[in-house]
Design a protein. Structure first.
Lengths: 833, 420
């Protein structure tokens, strides 16, 4: 721990700390441009010069390039350093256009701040300014290169941190240019981060352009709901609509960065067709009236068929408050147990997954970066949870081996081992890897009896393909050598057994190595919370409607028309209902069918809410604004009419939890104990995790709270030997319905910005298979699914499992024509049109 | 004429052939060394010889080699980038005696146990690159390159890499980045001797330095030291003389030869010219006035004057040359060649250029002088040695010829232009 003195203050810092970081710990912000905590030191801008008075370094040096050392005496205010820094800012400003009044960065610009603080007030350079031509960089990032001060942050993030190469530095000297080789959309789904990183207005948020200054915005902490990782955001709202998102630092989750889906997906909240009015039948009514009608009709059904004929159906995109309120209401009224997942098989998988997570095994995204061997089993990070790919890259940059076992042509922005296998073989590959890696540990009796028991069950029957055999063996050796392995597993395309199998292997590796981590991806931002609350046995609500046991459905922030795999069956079932009440904020197909519709508020509006991410981290999100119909300026410069209203136009939506509580009140007018209305009190009685929450201090820690059982609390292995699946049915292809970065995620699908960058939906086949079928990439094909035909263009790949057909759950594709999982289709069911 | 070592048997119209080189004892050092001396012994001999790098920095070659990391493969990068204005010695050397250069490379590779050499050459030296490639084939044919050279267990081969251009590519770390296809930025964070090309131990040496090695091994370190004129110097030096002299050219003289003798070797000043100033070692050294005529042209004596030997490229200016204009010319070059990585170099040099241009055009102001002084000094706080080098002639101008700047300001024009 070197101890040094900075500006007369003493501080001890860990070995390897840079002087600029040590100063920051003392609250001294040394000016900087190129240094960024996530990108590290570079030494390019020379802005952080300080004077070293005593110690191993002497004179004016860069504080970002100098390790803190014992005996150092540093002055950040020494005249020589100050004069040099004044020159640096003067140099940086030589060519800057000084167009702050028309620059979106104005008011939140590091260059402005440091120009003022650096004491550069008068222009002495009289020459011509350098100018550049700007480039089109896609729909997200606006490029205005004249403002550039060449701090390198964008390139270092884009190429070094994120691993994409289509944007970078060109030219030399003071002609140096940051951009693409030729204009075109940035390829990286993390490109938006260069907006946050740019210290001035070269790279600004295109959708938010000219929408306001920072001080115009209602700003606050928000959470990303576009996958299960729970990245932290700063939201900006103005004139009753959401304007832009920035990354918010969370050391345990996303670090400084977010993906473009998270950055630009928010616009669903501003959707022009967003239903903001309550409705009974076709008629718009007040929220109170709709509530009254809903309560009346629900009570009617309950009286007529018994209270079990009413069922609630929520989804993992809702907050804990909403899901909890739905469950509370259901139990209070004696309704059927509410469901929170689109179908039972997904619910079962998620439950298995969360039941296997405990402290000591669960790893955060940040922990993942410190792993030295990461096995991704049945997950496609860039498409499913983009920030996971960025975390994997950081692990790789530190020397980790990353291996992906997945049927899809997985792309990651770094080199990784890739084993393309069908979902049915993933369990087998896990077994073979552990078997190979831990043979010595097992032989020498280093495993505890339980682990040894599980080890003995592992198969060593290699699949027939000798290539994968060699590669599995080689990977097994690497797994044997590593010290801190992590298994990443999604609950999407894998077999029901895989999440549990992955957990067993993590326990086995932990028994052998002392350390091992488990990282799941789950279907939705609050899938963890939803699974925690769900009743033990998974029930198919559609089946319950079909057999007549459910007559009224209360659908809360859920669009089964999007998520239920068999749309025809769903439609028939809903037609049989006597009552459909829908609460939502999206203009969905389900909302359109509602007999009673109650508009709800989005995560950005009105109330604090909580979500549990895939590692069990409970995080709070704050309301940013009072929503309403966005204010738009119309007319040719005339003043808008000066009418003053007592309400916010379009401001009727309420948080779903509030509506459900109001519904409860309406159902039991005057009766009931008010204490029962305390949702969190009720939740803490329902689930141990919520009980522990009650004991937490009012202000939650920034990183959120892990709702996981103590280490060792989760039961032992679930040992079952691997059994060779009776699949595939000879010659048939497994249909995989998958996510893609843009286009399949529900909320972002309603964002006008994301819609602009969606890739067209494609059917993906192995190139050899396509050739055998006489098909070529680009062909329009008809795919006969069990429930009907889908017309789609074909794409092929060589780097993927051979016997699968991959279809994205794209919002513009009617894929909801399957009966369940796995779905097998004969190759002759794909025909060229 | 002084003893010729590197330019021995120099022909006026063609390079020496392999056979000619062999006849005059060429490759005997290599034959004598392989199998009889260990690489460590070779390194020690070179260390004892006092050979210092001829690329400009003057770092003791034997010491640089002693830092070589443990890992394999190791790389040797003979540097023929030679983008320093006024410098053309490497080109002359390669054209006089390509096989001396090759033998030096092979021996040096042996000294550091390098498996591969990458001959980095500037793009405008295309003919020279072709020459080296031709002679490489000859050497390979003679089993002097490739696997098991001369039947020993030492294997080494060399390929020619043509630079895409830019002065900064001459800087060792930038050069390594350039070879790897990255932006040629200097990198002060890594030790090249441990993590150079593709993360492996790498030595970058100027070809003139490498060409000294065969002679040192053959005739011994004491002989090499004795070649020098200056106290503590070692070897001969290829001096490039240009500017207002009668016979501009490349002259091999004992290192430490006084400047006036080198100028005399070049036939003295041009008729009608009177010495006003000179740059001792290329564009990135400082102007020196006439009073330094006796200075010994070696690393230490020049260091004592506050200047550098650099590449030993002497540029001579006479009484009719405007030094503000000359400085502007040089700064213009450096501003253009900057890699753009750090602020002082990327933005500061164009600012200096702008001020000099205004001075030269008669728009100069008194306050430019302190600004130029401050900026020239601040260039030392840039990332690499490029910016301080670029500021050197400006510092020389400010230190020794401020009166000339004042004349530009008071006359509101370049006094030399008014002479014309």
């Amino acid at each position: 721990m070197p101890t040094l003195i900075i500006d007369h203050q003493k501080i001890s810092v860990p070995e390897g700390t840079k002087v600029i970081e040590a100063a920051e710990k003392l609250g001294i912000m040394i000016p900087r441009f190129c240094y960024h905590p996530a990108l590290g030191s570079l030494g390019a801008c020379r802005m952080c010069a300080v004077k070293f008075l005593e110690g191993p370094v002497k004179g004016v040096e860069m504080s970002c390039m100098t390790d803190a050392a014992d005996g150092m005496v540093v002055s950040t205010t020494d005249p020589e350093a100050v004069e040099f820094r004044r020159y640096v800012i003067e140099w940086l400003m030589l060519n800057h256009p000084h167009d702050c009044p028309v620059c979106d960065e104005g008011g939140q610009c590091l260059l402005q701040d440091e120009t003022v603080s650096g004491g550069h007030g008068l222009r002495r350079y009289q020459g011509l300014k350098r100018t550049y031509e700007d480039q089109y960089l896609g729909e997200f990032v606006q490029h205005e290169m004249n403002r550039c001060i060449h701090c390198w942050r964008c390139r270092r993030f884009y190429q070094d941190f994120a691993g994409y190469l289509d944007y970078g530095a060109m030219q030399n000297g003071n002609r140096m240019y940051f951009g693409r080789f030729e204009p075109g959309p940035l390829e990286s789904p993390f490109a938006g981060n260069i907006i946050d990183l740019c210290p001035t207005g070269v790279l600004t948020d295109k959708p938010a352009r000219y929408q306001g200054r920072r001080w115009d915005f209602q700003r606050g902490p928000a959470l990303c709901l576009h996958c299960s990782l729970g990245c932290n955001l700063v939201g900006n709202a103005r004139y009753r609509q959401m304007i832009r998102m920035e990354g918010r630092f969370n050391d345990a989750v996303n670090g400084y960065f977010i993906c473009d889906r998270g950055r630009f997906g928010f616009a669903y909240a501003n959707h022009p067709d967003r239903p903001r009015k309550a409705r009974v039948g076709e008629k718009e009514v007040s929220l109170a009236e709709a509530l009254q009608t809903a309560a009346q009709r629900l009570a009617q059904i309950s009286d007529q068929y018994g209270s079990g004929a009413v069922a609630g159906w929520g989804s993992p995109r809702s907050s804990l408050e909403t899901l909890g309120a739905l469950q509370w209401l259901s139990r209070r009224q004696g309704w059927a147990e509410p469901r929170f997942f689109p179908h039972p098989s997904l619910e079962r998988q998620v439950k298995v997954a969360i039941s296997r997570l405990e402290t000591g095994i669960a790893v955060s995204l940040r922990d993942l970066e410190k792993s030295d061997f990461i096995l991704v089993a049945g997950a496609d990070p860039v498409n499913e949870a983009p920030m996971l790919a960025l975390a994997l890259r950081q692990a790789w940059r530190r020397g980790a081996t990353v291996a992906v076992i997945d049927p899809r042509p997985v792309f990651l922005p770094f080199e990784f081992e890739y084993l393309p296998v069908s979902p049915g073989v993933i369990d087998l590959c896990l077994d073979l890897l552990s078997k190979a890696a831990l043979s010595a540990d097992a032989a020498e009796g280093r495993l505890d009896p339980e682990a040894a028991g599980f080890y003995r069950l592992l198969t060593d029957e290699y699949p027939e393909n000798p290539v994968s055999q060699d590669r599995l063996a080689a990977l097994g050796r690497k797994l044997a050598e590593c010290r801190n392995p992590v298994i990443v597993c999604n609950t999407d395309i894998v077999r029901d057994t895989t999440p549990g199998r992955a957990a067993d292997h993590v326990r086995l590796l932990k028994a052998a190595k002392g350390r091992a981590g488990l990282f799941y991806l789950l279907p939705g931002p609050n899938a963890f919370g939803a699974a925690m609350l769900s009743a033990p046995e998974a029930v198919d609500l559609v089946e319950a409607i079909e057999n007549g046991s459910v007559k009224a459905l209360l659908i809360v922030e859920n669009d089964p028309f999007r998520s239920y795999p068999d749309r025809e069956r769903l439609t028939r079932a809903l037609d049989n209902l006597e009552l459909l009440v829908v609460l939502d904020y999206l203009p969905s197909a389900t909302v359109a069918r509602a007999q009673v519709f109650l508009p709800t508020a989005t995560v950005f509006e009105k109330e604090f809410s909580h979500y549990v991410n895939q590692e069990g981290r409970l995080q709070q999100t704050a309301p940013l604004h009072q929503s309403g119909t966005p204010i738009s300026q119309v007319g040719g410069g005339t003043h808008p009419p000066r009418t003053f209203l007592e309400f916010i136009p379009g401001g009727e939506p309420r948080p779903a939890a509030e509506i459900l509580t109001a519904l409860a009140d309406a159902l039991t007018e005057g009766e009931g104990d008010p204490a029962e209305g305390d949702l969190w009190g009720w939740l803490s009685r329902q689930h141990e995790a919520f009980h522990r929450l009650a004991a937490l201090p009012e202000v939650e820690p920034d990183a959120g709270v892990r709702l996981l059982p103590e280490e060792g609390a989760v039961g032992a292995f679930s040992p079952e030997p691997w059994t060779k699946p009776g699949e595939p049915p000879t010659g048939q292809l497994e249909l995989l319905l998958v996510d893609q970065t843009f286009g399949t995620e529900e909320l972002a699908g309603y964002s006008a910005y994301i819609q602009k960058v969606e890739e067209e939906p494609h059917l993906l086949l192995h190139a050899d298979l396509a050739a055998d079928l006489g098909l070529a990439a680009g062909d329009l094909v008809a795919l006969h699914l069990p429930g009907g035909e889908v017309t789609v263009r074909l794409k092929t790949a060589l780097r993927m499992a051979p016997l699968v057909a991959i279809l994205p759950r794209h919002r513009r594709l009617d894929w909801q024509k399957v009966y369940g999982w796995p779905t097998w289709i004969a190759p002759d069911r794909i025909k060229k049109l | 004429m002084a003893e010729q070592v590197l330019l021995l048997n120099r022909q006026t119209d063609r390079p020496l052939s392999f056979d000619e080189y062999r006849k005059s004892g060429g490759y005997e050092a290599l034959m004598a060394t392989l199998g009889s001396r260990t690489p460590a012994e070779v390194r020690q001999i070179v260390l004892d010889s006092g050979l210092r790098g001829r690329g400009g920095a003057g770092f003791p070659t034997g010491r640089k080699w002693s830092f070589i990391g443990k890992e394999h493969p190791r790389y040797l990068v003979p540097n023929t980038d030679e983008m320093e204005p006024g410098t053309f010695k490497d080109r002359v050397l390669v054209n006089v005696n390509p096989h001396l250069v090759l033998e030096g490379i092979i021996l040096s590779a042996y000294a550091i146990s390098a498996a591969k050499g990458i001959f980095f050459i500037r793009p405008s030296y295309e003919m020279d690159a072709e020459l080296i490639e031709r002679e490489l084939a000859v050497a390979r044919e003679a089993r002097l390159l490739g696997n098991n050279i001369l039947g020993s267990d030492f294997s080494f081969d060399l390929l020619v890499h043509r630079s895409a251009g830019r002065y900064i590519c001459g800087e060792a770390t930038a050069q390594v980045n350039a070879i790897m296809g990255r932006r040629p930025h200097p990198n002060k964070e890594v030790h090249m001797t441990d993590e150079g090309l593709w993360g492996k131990p790498t030595i970058v040496n100027n070809v003139e330095t490498l060409a000294c090695v065969p002679h040192i091994l053959q005739k011994g370190p004491e002989w090499f030291k004795a070649l020098a004129r200056s106290h503590g110097g070692a070897g001969t030096k290829l001096y490039c003389v240009s500017g207002r002299v009668t016979r501009p050219g490349c002259y091999e003289l004992p290192i430490g030869t006084p400047l006036c003798e080198i100028i005399a070797e070049a036939g003295g000043l041009s008729p009608g010219s009177e010495l006003k100033a000179f740059l001792p070692g290329g564009a990135s050294t400082s102007f020196m006035p006439k009073k330094f005529l006796e200075v010994e042209m070696d690393f230490e004596p020049l260091k004592a004057t506050g200047n550098r030997l650099g590449t030993g490229a002497i540029i001579v200016f006479d009484q009719n040359t405007c030094l503000v204009g000359a400085t502007l010319n040089l700064i213009n070059y450096f501003a253009r060649e900057s890699c753009g990585f750090c602020t002082p170099c990327r933005e500061g040099l164009p600012f200096i250029r702008d001020l000099l241009r205004r001075l030269e055009n008669g728009e100069g102001k008194e306050e430019f002088i302190p600004m130029l002084k401050q900026m020239a000094h601040h260039m030392s706080k840039a990332y690499c040695a490029f910016a301080p080098g670029a500021a050197s002639p400006l510092l020389g101008l400010l230190n020794h010829f401020e009166a000339e700047i004042q004349e530009h300001i008071s006359q509101r024009q370049c006094p030399f232009k008014s002479l014309e």
